[in-house]
Design a protein. Structure first.
Length: 190
């Protein structure tokens, strides 16, 4: 009888150890997947920040500082420039570049759309997984301003949100703050 009890006890302890190893393996895989997912999201955010800074730096090429910004609100920025982003060259005809959060639904979350003359830019026209966007504007003395004629820098507060791996973990949410200077307005004496 004691042998049967020893065998039953061994089976129970072995089953618990096996269950513990399976659970441990499952958690390790989940943590690895979440880490890779977060790494991809961070790379996406870095690329978005670089692209936005590059575009905003083109503001005002060939324009007087007071005529550079067309529209500056907390949710969008529109500016004039003679630099054509698509051809990466100066043009004789001015172009208008706009940065705004799209309200159209997308399977990749909200989209930040960058347009040149109303047409989305090909290589960076859409930045996905944006949860929120807020602009703040600064004058040449680095003071907050709401007057478009005085805008010399734009600060973007972006939050990105992406549904996590299908394990029931919370969504990934990252925030970034980028301050972009309208360099051409500064170089003209602001």
């Amino acid at each position: 009888m004691s042998i049967i009890l020893d065998i039953i006890g061994s089976v129970i302890i072995g089953s618990l150890l096996l269950l513990m190893l399976i659970t441990f393996q499952y958690r390790m895989q989940e943590s690895g997947d979440r880490y890779l997912f977060m790494k991809e999201m961070t790379a996406h955010i870095d690329q978005a920040a670089v692209k936005l800074n590059k575009v905003i730096a083109l503001a005002g090429v060939g324009f007087l500082p007071d005529n550079t910004v067309v529209y500056a609100t907390t949710d969008s920025l529109v500016f004039n420039t003679y630099w054509n982003y698509e051809t990466d060259s100066m043009q004789l005809i001015p172009v208008t570049i706009s940065i705004k959060l799209s309200t159209l639904p997308s399977p990749l979350g909200k989209t930040l759309v960058i347009r040149q003359n109303g047409v989305p830019l090909e290589d960076l026209g859409y930045i996905f997984w944006v949860h929120g966007l807020t602009f703040k504007y600064y004058d040449k003395f680095d003071a907050l301003t709401t007057e478009k004629e005085k805008v010399r820098a734009a600060e973007l507060w972006l939050s990105f949100s992406r549904t996590s791996t299908p394990t029931g973990a919370p969504d990934l949410v990252n925030r970034i703050q980028v301050k972009c200077f309208l360099m051409n307005t500064y170089m003209q004496g602001a």
